[in-house]
Each structure stands twice: as C-alpha cells, then as structure tokens.
Design a protein around this ligand. Sequence first.
Ligand code: AMP
Length: 209
Amino acid sequence: MKLIFLGPPGAGKGTQAQLLMHDLNIPQISTGDILRKAIREMTPTGVIAKGYIDRGELVPDDVVIAIVRDRLQEKDCENGYILDGFPRTVPQAEVLDTIVEIDAVVDFELPNEEIINRLSGRRVCPKCNSTYHISRLNGDTCPGCGEKVIQRKDDMPETVLNRLEVYEKQTAPLIDYYKNKGSLRVVDCTGQQVEGVYAEVRKVLGINA
Ligand code: AMP
C-alpha cells in the first residue's frame, strides 16, 4: 500500500503512521524526521533546512522533493510506504504524481484549539522518535526507551501559530487536490484517543481487524 498521511501539525499523523507501519510492515517516511536528522548531522541539506523549520515555515519544495525521490528508491519501499508529512504543497503533490501512483490519502482533521493544546504539550524522544503528550507522561523519560524527552523548538507557542497559518495556506489545498482525484479518506480526530483514531484509519483503508 502506498499511502499519504495528510493533516495539520499535531493531528497525530506520525503516531498513526508508526502503528500502521508495524501492522503492515511498510516504512513510515517522515520528511520532518529526515530533515531533523539532517540538521543534527549538519549535512548540507540540514544547514539549508534549519532556519525554515525553526521558524515554522516550509522547507523549499526542491529540497524536500529530492529527499523523497531518493528515499523511495530504497529497497524497503518495494511493498509500499506511508508518506507522513509529504506532500505539503500542490507543487510537491504534482511531482509525486509523476513518480508513483498513490493508493489512498488519509486526511486527519482536528480543530485549531485542539491542535494548539496538543502541540504545546507534545514531547518527543530524540532517540526512538516516539511522541507523547505531557498528560500521558510520568516525568520526563520516554516510556519506550528511557531517554529524556524534549520539546521540539517548533512546538513552542509562537511557532505553532505560524505553522497553523502555513498549513492553512499551503497544505490545506491538497485536501481538494486529492478529493478531486477520488483518493481522499477523512478521519475526524476530534476528542479521540490514539486507539480510536487508529480504528478509524483501518476502517477507511479497508484493513480488517
Ligand atoms: P513535521 O515533523 O512533519 O511537523 O515537519 C517539521 C517541519 O519540517 C515542518 O514544519 C517544515 O518546516 C519541515 N517539513 C517537513 N515536511 C515538509 C515538506 N513536505 N515540505 C516542506 N517542509 C517540510
């Protein structure tokens, strides 16, 4: 299955992609994770990306497209993948259309106030990449691997509002783009826990329990 997970920051795309990745045995391709790794390793791509990410802006299309193009060539992508956070602009989607045929696009919907609450309370494990809301953490260690969790710089309140604006302007038009293609499946995440959303994801994708 070749899937796209679409939706505002904080809707839980990454968490859902990790669950589905284990169940379907296909990789989760998170352009955000790839870019953050490039920044940590101070690669040329990382140096370009850092300023954009810290400000809550999108990294230029050509940079992200090059990353995805390379990643899709890897062997583990043969049986499918979940694109988590890509495409994020119409030009990115148009290029993707020339590379692959996507089976389905899952659109995770969530009202702005819930997004703000989730993002400002989000903590991430720098070692295993798991994300948690502070309300579900006991202290500041990752329940998965014991590493100290951190707050992403772009989850700080001033940047969160900018990311939401960027989402509305640049990414939300993809909802109509994929609706017109007939590949959009909507999951309403409002007030739902991870497990409830995951049940919905499986349902809209026609994956049996
Ligand atoms: P994420 O972890 O998906 O929220 O991504 C974090 C940040 O990485 C975003 O706010 C963007 O700055 C950048 N980014 C991730 N994916 C893309 C993309 N497809 N296009 C442009 N920028 C991206």
